[in-house]
Design a protein. Structure first.
Lengths: 484, 452
């Protein structure tokens, strides 16, 4: 039997997994419903027995590379170990089966967890006010930019519409600016990979709303001029936003508030160990100064005589960005993680993340070109300059690594480095894992010299080889075609 | 230290390789004046067993309504088979990243392709994306997509029956777009009274059915209003109801969005869940979110990859169709497993049991005397508004005292319904016994009616 059939191809009329017990009240009176409100054609959902369903998804799971089975040095994504206790915690009935609109008196445990998490994130960033509402980092960025936009409108400074963003930034930064009704303006990186101060200064002015900075940057470098940058932005009347995607490198070592940062987001699914889930769910809390707190999204967690509750009525709030308070299941996992670490553990995370990254950098820099070869933070960027002559591209190196049992690094990002490879090992990896990766990377470099064909042909151990992604755009097939 | 494997020996060896003397030296790039001087103001870490104890205690401060729950208002407690937890919980799914390297993510990608197919089928539309954050943000993104599709039109017409969190989210997303959002009131029958606001300046019409009061809207008429005016029609759905009720596609809608929580996802205090998003094939290039497409490798083997990425923020940056990056993939996987476990028959069964419970409860509630349904249960699916003889909060306290979770005091969202209006939801999990416990609790409130 072909093991690669889709659910729809395995479907057989009459089979199913979910069958309810006998109805203990009279059957539904469908004829009582308004005329024309019933469905005419049933959806073509698969009809699958339980064993086939189990096999289908177990087999699919084996076609994934995950942190649980492989080294996953995906730069900028902080693929650290996701503690299993946190999964068990989210399955506790008193957390799993609670409704966000319940009487707050019956939600005190959940609200306490959210409140404590807010306090911990406030301590880590040094910023006073925290909201856990945004569903992901990009929504956190949007929330913060809406906060800024509203703040300036209220201050009578509606002319502040420009968001200055370094060219090395994540694509979500400019996309969020547009969605917040602001205009993104690019700031150049200098030859050292840091923000070009002269270029920044030339672009700051009365129309500056926000300067968004990822620190450490996507090149894995700490912006040594960050305090000066904040001064310049503040002098121009703007706000400093820090993209906290790379907070893993500095938490417990330095606080963004001391850099002059006014607002920032954190990615709980990066720094705070909640699983990536194949692309979410995440959570993107934002932390802001007391001055900006009134604008934070609703609801806020507030305390009164009867305990904690959710206040949906916040007069100057930007409003809601999603339903209810936030991704509680994700927040709970982050809370568990931070409880395990405590103040000292948080600092150890940053130290070991940076140590692991630097260890890889020095071991790989002879074989691979490292354009900014100084002590890095939690990640570093190299590229294929030494392999290019053999016709070997970054993509080939990445695909060959899959055959060697590693998930590839982030490739072709940041855009400021040609054919970039961005490597972030995280603190949770053991030295012998790093050593094995180094050995394999060096072998790939040798193969690039001796047998580049092998790289072009990779991967060959995966369920499918390199896919024709162009075809997926030219001849889009976005769903199963039942007439096949 | 938890989760860190480097031993002091490892650290020494690695520091030597890097050429620095201490961990501290690694951070010399951070100007000294910016470094934290003391420890963080965070409590010391605790062991796993201590944390587990603490969690159990915190969970005990919450009530999960083991005696039954009649609270819906946007999130519903349905049964999901145990295979959903077991399969979604596999670490290979849980701990993978977005499948940007398709060869290393065929599991997630194949499941997304199946998810897209099932969501499109469920909605009666051609295509679906691989999920949004939740139902509220999906609706907001749908309206922005509609505005992009219709260019110069500036008015968004939204039914007041749309969930208030969706309406508030929409307002936030539209704040600076220059689009005007007009809310259309509900009539005495609980259905939207569209009037003549859907005209040549209208870019989008947004309706929810069943609406927040539980009333089934005349969706075909709403879709036709939009079509006749050249506007994009959007229906927000309760996916379980689509086991029985007319799909957005059958009613003629251009876009369907909805809160996916009812498809195998626990309520978990409001998230995570996922937002579903389906539309016509011709609109794909304007659709937000990740989309998976089928393609082949060089040997002609079928495979799946993220496609139409040029719409997305990591390529298009400021001009992207949305800023969405991480979405709610793992919850979409739960939805896919749930829908595959149910099939069309199972889904129909869940929907009709939920309806049967609501219809049974409606008759019994009206026979209590003193309680009446605001709209006839024949107009509703599994949820309806009850006018109580005493404030709804009092009724809820009586239900709580009986070990159950009561309904939603809907006057908080719809002041026009008054403080005595209670929104009650029923699903296949509402047993006859639980319904009778609910009835007893409600009945006990009648004695509290102030005399004179």
């Amino acid at each position: 039997m072909n093991k690669d059939l889709l659910l729809f191809e395995k479907s057989r009329p009459g089979r199913r997994t979910l069958r309810l017990g006998e109805l203990d009240v009279p059957a539904a009176r469908l004829d009582a419903l308004p005329a024309g409100s019933l469905r005419e054609t049933p959806p073509k959902l698969p009809e699958i027995g339980e064993l086939e369903l189990v096999r289908h998804f177990v087999r699919l799971s084996k076609k994934n590379v995950s942190i649980a089975d492989s080294f996953y040095p995906l730069g900028s994504c902080t693929m650290k170990y996701n503690p299993l206790l946190n999964e068990s915690a989210a399955a506790i009935e008193g957390f799993r089966d609670i409704h966000p609109l319940q009487d707050p008196g019956r939600l005190q445990g959940a609200l306490a967890i959210m409140k404590r998490l807010e306090e911990t994130l406030a301590a880590i960033t040094g910023l006073e006010a925290v909201t856990l509402h945004p569903a992901a980092g990009a929504q956190g960025e949007l929330a913060a930019l809406l906060v800024a936009h509203k703040h300036f409108a209220r201050m009578g400074q509606s002319q502040r519409t420009k968001v200055l963003i370094p060219d090395s930034a994540h694509g979500t930064n400019p996309a969020s600016a547009s969605l917040a009704g602001l205009t993104a303006l690019e700031v150049k990186s200098g030859p050292d990979g840091l923000v070009d101060l002269a270029d920044l200064e030339s672009k700051l002015g009365a129309d500056t709303a926000v300067f968004m900075i990822t620190n450490p940057s996507t090149l894995g470098l700490f912006e040594t001029n960050i305090a000066r940058i904040s001064e310049l932005v503040h002098a121009a009347g703007g706000l400093v936003y820090m993209d906290g995607a790379n907070m893993n490198a500095i938490m417990g070592i330095a606080r963004p508030v001391d850099f002059g940062v006014d607002m920032m987001h954190l990615n709980l699914h990066k720094t705070f160990s909640t699983p990536h889930g194949g692309g979410g769910p995440g959570a993107g809390p934002i932390c802001v100064t007391a001055e900006l707190e009134p604008y934070l999204p609703a609801p806020r967690i507030v305390e009164n005589d009867s305990g904690l509750h959710l206040d949906y009525d916040i007069p100057h709030s930007i409003g809601m960005l999603r339903g209810f308070a936030g991704n509680f299941g994700v927040l709970l996992r982050a809370y568990c993680y931070l409880r395990r670490l405590g103040a000292e553990g948080i600092q150890r995370v940053a130290e070991n993340a940076v140590l692991n990254a630097n260890y890889l950098r020095v071991k790989l820099r002879d074989a691979y070109h490292v354009p900014f070869d100084s002590i890095c933070m939690h990640e570093f960027v190299c590229n294929n300059r030494n392999q290019r002559e053999q016709g070997v591209h970054t993509l080939d190196i990445a695909k060959r690594l899959i055959d060697m049992g590693h998930h590839p690094m982030t490739i072709y990002f940041p855009l400021v480095v040609n054919e970039a490879m961005m490597i972030e090992p995280t603190e949770t990896e053991a030295k012998e894992t790093l050593d094995a990766f180094i050995e394999d990377m060096l072998q790939v470099a040798r193969e690039a010299e001796e047998n580049p064909e092998r790289l072009h042909a990779a991967p060959c151990t995966t369920p499918v080889g390199r896919l024709d992604e162009g075809r997926a755009v030219r001849e889009p097939i976005l769903r199963y075609n039942f007439s096949d | 230290m938890p989760f860190i494997q480097n031993t002091p020996d490892d650290q020494r060896e690695m520091l030597a390789a890097v050429g620095v003397k201490s961990l501290d030296e690694l951070f010399e790039g951070i100007p000294a004046e910016l470094r934290l001087k003391g420890p963080l103001a965070v409590a010391a870490g605790i062991s796993e067993d201590s944390l587990w104890k603490e969690l159990k205690q915190l969970a005990s401060w919450n009530s999960s309504g083991a005696g039954g729950s009649f609270l819906g208002a946007g999130m519903y407690r349905h049964y999901y088979p145990q295979v959903v937890d077991a399969l979604q919980g596999r670490q290979e799914f849980v701990t993978a990243y977005t499948p940007y390297q398709p060869e290393a993510g065929q599991g997630t990608l194949t499941a997304f392709f199946e998810f897209q197919t099932m969501i499109a089928e469920l909605c009666g539309l051609e295509v679906a994306n691989a999920s949004m954050y939740d139902g509220c943000s999906a609706a907001a993104e749908a309206v922005i997509m509609a505005a992009n599709l219709t260019r110069k039109r500036r008015r968004v017409v939204v039914s007041r029956g749309v969930h208030p969190h969706t309406r508030r989210t929409l307002k936030t997303y539209l704040e600076w777009t220059g689009l005007e959002c007009i809310e259309v009131p509900l009539g005495e029958d609980g259905k939207t009274k569209w009037a003549d606001l859907v005209d040549a300046d209208c870019c989008a019409l947004l309706v929810q059915s069943p609406n927040t009061l539980g009333v089934i809207e005349d969706t075909s008429a709403a879709a036709k209003l939009a079509r006749d005016a050249g506007a994009i029609s959007i229906q927000s759905v309760y996916p379980i109801s689509l086991g029985l009720l007319k799909s957005p596609g059958e009613a003629g809608f251009d876009i369907a969005v909805g809160e996916g929580q009812s498809l195998g996802i626990p309520t978990a205090c409001g998230g995570p869940s996922f937002g579903l998003f389906a539309t016509k094939q011709s609109f794909v290039r304007k659709m937000p979110g990740r989309i998976v497409g089928q393609t082949e490798d060089s040997q002609g083997r079928r495979g799946f990859a993220l496609t139409f990425q040029t719409r997305e923020q990591h390529i298009r940056r400021a001009k992207a169709t949305s800023n969405i990056c991480t979405n709610n993939a793992l919850m979409a996987l739960r939805g896919a497993i749930y829908l595959a476990a149910a099939g069309a028959e199972g889904l129909r069964e869940v929907a009709s049991h939920s309806l049967a419970k609501a219809q049974y409860a409606a008759v019994e509630i009206e026979s209590l005397g003193g309680f009446s349904l605001r709209h006839t249960s024949d107009a509703c699916f599994n949820e309806f508004v009850v006018d109580c003889p005493v404030p709804a909060a009092e009724v809820n306290r009586a239900i709580d005292a009986a070990g159950m979770i009561g309904g939603f005091e809907i006057g908080r969202w719809y002041p026009e319904l008054g403080p005595k209006a209670l929104l009650l939801a029923f699903t296949e999990l509402s047993s006859r016994d639980q319904i009778h416990s609910l009835l007893r609790a409600m009945d006990s409130c009648k004695s509290r009616i102030p005399v004179g």
